[in-house]
Design a protein around this ligand. Structure first.
Ligand code: GRF
Length: 207
């Protein structure tokens, strides 16, 4: 299975995927890193691990259609089977979502549908969890559709939230859970332990 990872930030989830491919736990090819910020840590990690990068953004093009074709061409050129969003801050073009329907996954640092949607990214999520008084938060891995944080849930894991937690402490606990989980879900998709058929998820993650 050829995967393209899309990222905009530091890329700690990307690094986990790289590490588990390197140690043989995860048998996929990381064919491409796609990102909109070539100065971000994720690009550095791709370069250090000899993973081809593609730097692109809607702002690079006068005509939005050219951006869409650029992305579609690049994915096709690399025979991409699965798109893995790992902290990607741009909305994907609808053409791409349609073409790769049920083949785009995202990781969100809360239990969707709570604490998701536009503006719910990074520390905003964990501050909202704290101020709402939620007793659990967690991680959601889901399919991507045209709405923010909306597609079918593939896997979720909860982490506790304690009275004394700061948003930063919640964030750290959730991120640790993300790191343990994302590569396993990708593995389960690639070895068909988890399948997505007609908008339903079949199978569960075995740890
Ligand atoms: C993660 O918290 C992920 O859930 C969210 O973006 C963050 C990316 O972090 N979608 P990193 O760049 O992988 O460290």
């Amino acid at each position: 299975m050829n995967i393209a990872v899309f990222a905009s930030g530091g890329g700690s989830n990307f690094q986990q995927i790289i590490d588990h491919v390197a140690n043989g736990d995860l048998a996929v090819n990381i064919s491409l890193l796609v990102g909109n910020n070539s100065k971000a840590g994720c690009f550095q990690k791709a370069i250090e691990n000899s993973i081809p990068t593609h730097h692109t953004s809607p702002s690079h093009y006068d005509n939005p259609v050219d951006y869409v074709y650029d992305l579609l061409d690049k994915l096709e050129e690399n025979n991409i089977d699965l798109i893995v969003l790992a902290g990607y801050m741009k909305m994907l073009p609808v053409e791409l979502i349609i073409k790769y329907s049920q083949r785009i996954v995202n990781i969100h640092p809360a239990l969707l549908p709570a604490f998701g949607g536009q503006g719910m990214y990074g520390m905003n999520v964990h501050r909202a969890v704290k101020s709402y008084g939620a007793r659990v938060s967690g991680v959601t891995i889901h399919l991507v559709d045209e709405e923010y944080d909306h597609g079918l849930v593939i896997h979720q894991e909860a982490v506790p939230v304690y009275d004394t937690d700061s948003p930063e402490e919640i964030a750290a606990r959730v991120l640790k859970c993300e790191h343990a989980m994302y590569w396993r879900v990708i593995k389960a998709i690639s070895d068909k332990t988890i399948t997505i058929v007609n908008g339903e998820v079949h199978g569960t993650l075995h740890k």
